[in-house]
Design a protein around this ligand. Structure first.
Ligand code: MF3
Ligand code: CO
Ligand code: CO
Length: 284
């Protein structure tokens, strides 16, 4: 049995329903890790353009992470070999960087996770290569709005259900659909920890089974990501044969944003906010 540490004193692995309650040292570590991850995404804002390959963008991030004395959390993670996931157009998440050039009008998510002093900073944003179509832009802006509104409801006493409801209401309110097969996650010294943070409140599967977000109550010291994926078409996912790339089954456009956050005494601290204010495109 672990004795309860005095509040703010430290980062023992205190568990509540298996969700760790972190102390000040963890928040300081997460601040540093989150900042570097966000700076990597800032660096990319003027690098994404037609003709570039996603492998080139990945290399820029790998070099920046190493130059800062940090580690990429994704290189070597379950056999993954890259510093980013780059998910273009109808790719929902976990797109693998490669030699294919980006095309004019493409939209893409770039997701970076770094480890600084053992702490994980995990964040992603959307990018445009040139001018996207009006619908694509609306999808991207809605997804960012959904993430930020969900962070706004985070405080002690609110629930994981409240987070999911906020995202589902905004996404579906714009006629889009919420991806259910991937979720946010606790993180800290561990990359993917409890709890699962789903991005819906409720849905019925095709067999009529009802799925509900848990009403787990948020407490000060919880640290997790929120990373909604929203599709222009149906929510269904297909995994490609490479074992990573997740695409929308109907090939509709998909967007995602991700922040790493901590629950504070009266709200949330965002560890991965852009130091340059480049949180949502267009960036120029
Ligand atoms: N960064 C992703 C997340 O948000 C995880 C990527 S794992 C990888 O949780 F292996 F695909 F890189
Ligand atoms: Co994540
Ligand atoms: Co991520």
């Amino acid at each position: 049995m672990t004795e309860l540490a005095p509040s703010g004193a430290e980062d023992l692995d205190i568990r509540t329903d298996d969700i760790k309650l972190h102390g000040r040292e963890a928040f300081e570590g997460m601040r540093k890790a989150g900042k570097l991850a966000a700076e990597c995404l800032d660096m990319l804002t003027d690098k994404v353009e037609p003709g570039k390959t996603t492998a080139e963008l990945d290399n820029l991030v790998r070099e920046m992470v190493l130059d800062n004395g940090a580690l990429s959390a994704t290189i070597g993670y379950r056999g993954y070999r890259h510093a980013t996931c780059i998910s273009l157009n109808h790719v929902i998440c976990h797109g693998i960087p490669g030699p294919k050039p980006i095309k004019k009008g493409d939209i893409m998510n770039i997701d970076v996770t770094v480890i600084v002093d053992g702490w994980h900073g995990d964040t992603s944003r959307m990018y445009y290569a040139g001018e996207p179509k009006v619908k694509a832009r609306r999808l991207v802006e809605t997804t960012h709005q959904a993430l930020m509104a969900a962070i706004d409801v985070v405080k002690p006493g609110a629930t994981l259900y409240d987070i999911g409801r906020t995202i589902q209401t905004i996404g579906e309110g714009q006629g889009f659909s919420i991806v259910r097969d991937f979720c946010g996650h606790g993180l800290g010294r561990v990359f993917h920890d409890a709890p699962n943070v789903v991005h819906y409140a409720e849905y019925k599967d095709r067999w009529g089974g009802v799925h509900k977000a848990p009403d787990t109550v948020l407490r000060e010291g919880m640290i997790f990501t929120i990373e909604p994926m929203i599709n222009d078409g149906k929510p269904d996912v297909k995994l490609l044969k490479d074992g990573w790339t997740a695409v929308s089954r109907d090939k509709s456009l998909s967007a995602q944003f991700e922040h790493s956050i901590g629950v504070t005494a009266d709200g949330a601290e965002i560890f991965t906010k852009s130091p340059k204010g480049l949180d949502c495109p267009p960036y120029s």
